[in-house]
Design a protein around this ligand. Structure first.
Ligand SMILES: NC(=O)c1ccc[n+]([C@@H]2O[C@H](COP(=O)([O-])OP(=O)(O)OC[C@H]3O[C@@H](n4cnc5c(N)ncnc54)[C@H](OP(=O)(O)O)[C@@H]3O)[C@@H](O)[C@H]2O)c1
Length: 184
């Protein structure tokens, strides 16, 4: 999540939207907020509004709310799309401002793009991985300086099946860590 925000020059005042509030998304919000960006979450679920606010986002847009999505057209300099499943990029490209970028980092695989969604507003579509060792080192320094950590729920390893079941329902904020000390 650091890599696309860093590569796209996100800083104070950049208008950033993070689509999908999960493992990647919650860290994208934390990074964007710590970088000083004006940060919004886009989620399927209005129930994540409290979490979005706690993470420092100014607002949560529900992706199924056509009126609010239309009102947010051309609003964001950078949209980080962490949605894990194949989906239409159109609604997210339309939120990107003139000369802005949609960074597609969630679903990794073929996508279909309506080129008019890029043409109108001279928008860019990109992606990102880890950025390699130097960028990872810079990311860790930034985390240490700004207190950015992943939100995890620690379970004893004996409860691994519970973790798997809850993962299947998307019921985790935002990663499980299995404590293996119960095996010793
Ligand atoms: N680019 C990279 O280097 C990189 C690195 C690691 C992982 N990934 C990829 O990133 C993706 C996300 O990973 P993650 O750990 O963040 O997953 P995750 O914790 O499951 O979160 C993904 C989020 O996507 C949204 N989502 C899930 N299913 C959806 C659906 N059917 N329709 C619309 N939205 C949906 C949900 O957000 P809401 O509930 O808020 O809508 C969910 O919280 C994975 O596909 C993974 O392969 C990429």
């Amino acid at each position: 999540m650091w890599e696309p925000l860093h590569a796209l020059g996100v800083g104070p005042g950049t208008r950033v939207a993070v689509a999908g509030l999960g493992g990647l998304g919650h860290l994208a919000v934390k990074f964007a907020v710590a970088l000083g960006a004006d940060t919004t979450v886009i989620s399927r679920s209005a129930g994540k509004a409290e979490d979005a606010g706690r993470l420092g986002a100014r607002d949560l847009l529900v992706s199924g709310d056509q009126d609010r999505m239309a009102a947010a057209r051309d609003r964001f300099d950078v949209v980080i799309d962490t949605i894990a499943t194949p989906h239409d990029l159109g609604p997210y490209l339309r939120l990107v401002a003139m000369d802005g970028t949609l960074s597609q980092v969630g679903h990794l695989g073929p996508v279909t793009v309506e080129t008019l969604d890029l043409l109108v507003g001279r928008k860019k579509l990109s992606s990102a991985g880890s950025g390699g060792l130097p960028v990872t080192a810079a990311m860790l320094d930034f985390c240490a300086e700004h207190g950015v950590v992943a939100d995890v729920e620690v379970l004893p390893s004996a409860r691994v099946n519970e973790a798997i079941d809850r993962l299947g329902c998307g019921d985790v904020r935002y990663r499980f860590v299995l404590d293996m000390s119960d095996l010793g």
